[in-house]
Structure formats: structure tokens, C-alpha cells
Design a protein around this ligand. Structure first.
Ligand SMILES: C[S@@+](CC[C@H](N)C(=O)[O-])C[C@H]1O[C@@H](n2cnc3c(N)ncnc32)[C@H](O)[C@@H]1O
Length: 262
């Protein structure tokens, strides 16, 4: 496990370190200075089935909420190495028949080209701790990952204790990746379709006016009944939940990091 000093984890002092073994920290390339608050120190920490949600509980709600619908978009913005959309793809593929999971369209993007290249590659760096985490939701997760040996090289990656795995190609093919920034993708959402919009653990990096524009645009674009999923770190942004309530969202399950459009 790689334990980082607090100072290395936080230029923005509010941002607390994550001591999980899956942490990755690197300086992103080609990131526009306009929207990144701490542009030299953006962290891409991610892992499948990140603990912001109890995924069984959360997915039960998703299945119930969208039971009668033919098409639901799962959009994962600021997806880093793709661990987050992979959690959806794995969960749906493992637990539901194709006739059911076929109605969920998973797209994912990140502003950093290197992260998107990794996400698109169909490989992922995973530690033993990551596997234990996946096992909470997926029995024998090794079925979906083939040992690939050396970790994928990521610029300024501080975590060298992981191995890389090839993700089952059918599972990986459920996700469409592209390089893009959050606001561009939020503006492009179709107001006539349902979304599970994930923008997780990135808001503390963003400038206030950018945050406002993202929140206001998504509140206009998201159809009633759509879900917005944030991360625990996003609660560091001042008044984050109240801002969501004021923009027309309610919390169907208290304490879990998601809200729903009224
Ligand atoms: C801490 S990671 C979060 C990963 C994942 N959402 C999760 O919660 O596990 C933050 C990611 O946000 C990306 N990012 C930062 N600003 C962005 C922007 N304006 N648009 C899209 N991605 C951005 C970074 O490149 C980084 O990969």
C-alpha cells in the first residue's frame, strides 16, 4: 500500500488524502488552465466500485426507478482510467440478461488524453485491494480479468505496486470512451432522454463559475426522474447538496451520494 503524506495529496488544503492502495496521482497533460483549480496536481484516484455508493443498494434503486424504460444513458464524466464506467458494465453484464442490460448505454469521458488512452486500451491497473473491493459485488471477479503483467505506464504515477489486467472484451465493449470536458458533455445531453449522470470526485478541482455552469446546465438538461451521482469528495465544495436541492433535485436515499431530478 502506498501511503502518501498529506502535503503531497493536497494543494487545495480541503482535499483529503485517500489511503487506499489504488490511488494514482499524476500531472495531467494538455489540460486547459481555465477550468482546473489545481491544474498541476489533479489526481486521478479511482477504483472499480468506489465506496461512495453501496452498489447493490444503488443499483437496486436504478433497476426499480427505470424498470419501465427502454433507454437509459449512463454517462460517466471525469472518468479517469475508466474504473467508474467499468463498475456499471461489470455489474450489468454479471447480474442481468442481455435483453435487460441492452437498454443501458454507457459513455465515459475525461479531459486528460493519457487517461482516456488507458481507459480505451481495455487494460486496467489493479491491486489486490481493488480485487477485494470488486469481490464485494462480483463473485470470482478474476473471470473478467486476464493477467497482463507489468502495470500500464502513466506519467507521474506514484503507485507502482499494481499489475495490469486485460478486461473481458465483451464487458469493455459496453463502454464508449472519448476525450472531452465535463461542461461540453453536459451541454450535449438530450433533455428527452433519461440519464444516470456521474460527475464524481472532481468538483473541488474546478473553479466556482465552472461549477455553477455545470450544475445549472445539468439541472436544465436532466429530465424529471434522471439521477445525478456525485462523490464523497464533492461534498467539500461549499453548500454542494443545498445547491442541488435549490436546482430541483431531491435525495431518494439519505447518506448515499446521489440525487434525483424532481
Ligand atoms: C479524482 S479523479 C475522479 C475519477 C472518478 N470520477 C472517480 O470518482 O473515481 C478526477 C478526474 O477528473 C478529470 N478532470 C478534471 N477536470 C476535468 C474537466 N474539466 N473535464 C473532464 N475531466 C476532468 C481528471 O483528469 C481526473 O481524471
Amino acid at each position: 500500500m502506498n501511503i502518501l503524506p498529506v502535503s503531497a495529496c493536497s494543494q487545495n488544503k480541503k482535499y483529503q488524502p485517500n489511503f487506499k492502495s489504488c490511488i494514482k496521482i499524476y500531472n495531467p497533460k494538455n489540460v486547459t488552465s481555465l477550468d482546473i483549480f489545481a491544474k498541476d496536481k489533479v489526481r486521478t484516484s479511482s477504483c472499480p466500485f468506489r465506496s461512495d455508493q453501496d452498489w447493490n443498494d444503488f443499483m437496486r434503486y436504478i433497476f426499480w426507478n427505470f424498470a419501465g424504460e427502454d433507454k437509459v444513458n449512463i454517462s460517466s464524466l471525469a472518468c479517469a482510467d475508466g474504473s467508474e464506467p467499468l463498475s456499471y458494465a461489470l455489474y450489468l453484464y454479471d447480474k442481468t440478461p442481455k435483453s435487460y442490460y441492452g437498454k443501458f448505454y454507457i459513455t465515459a469521458s475525461d479531459i486528460d488524453s493519457e487517461m482516456i488512452k488507458v481507459a480505451k486500451s481495455g487494460r486496467i491497473n489493479l491491486s489486490n485491494g481493488d480485487f477485494k473491493n470488486i469481490e464485494k459485488y462480483i463473485k470470482n471477479p478474476q473471470r473478467y480479468f486476464t493477467d497482463y503483467g507489468k502495470p500500464i505506464k502513466i506519467t507521474n504515477n506514484v503507485d507502482e505496486e499494481r499489475y495490469s489486467y486485460k478486461i473481458d472484451s465483451e464487458v469493455h465493449s459496453l463502454i464508449k470512451f472519448k476525450k472531452s470536458d465535463i461542461l461540453t458533455e453536459v451541454k450535449k445531453m438530450n433533455p428527452d432522454e433519461y440519464y444516470i449522470l456521474n460527475i464524481k470526485n472532481v468538483f473541488p478541482y474546478l473553479k466556482e463559475n465552472y461549477i455553477n455552469e455545470v450544475l445549472e446546465t445539468m439541472s436544465k438538461k436532466l429530465k424529471s426522474g434522471s439521477i445525478f451521482v456525485y462523490g464523497k469528495y464533492d461534498l467539500l465544495v461549499s453548500n454542494f447538496k443545498n445547491r442541488l436541492f435549490n436546482l430541483g433535485f431531491f435525495e431518494p436515499k439519505q447518506g448515499e451520494c446521489f440525487v434525483q431530478k424532481i
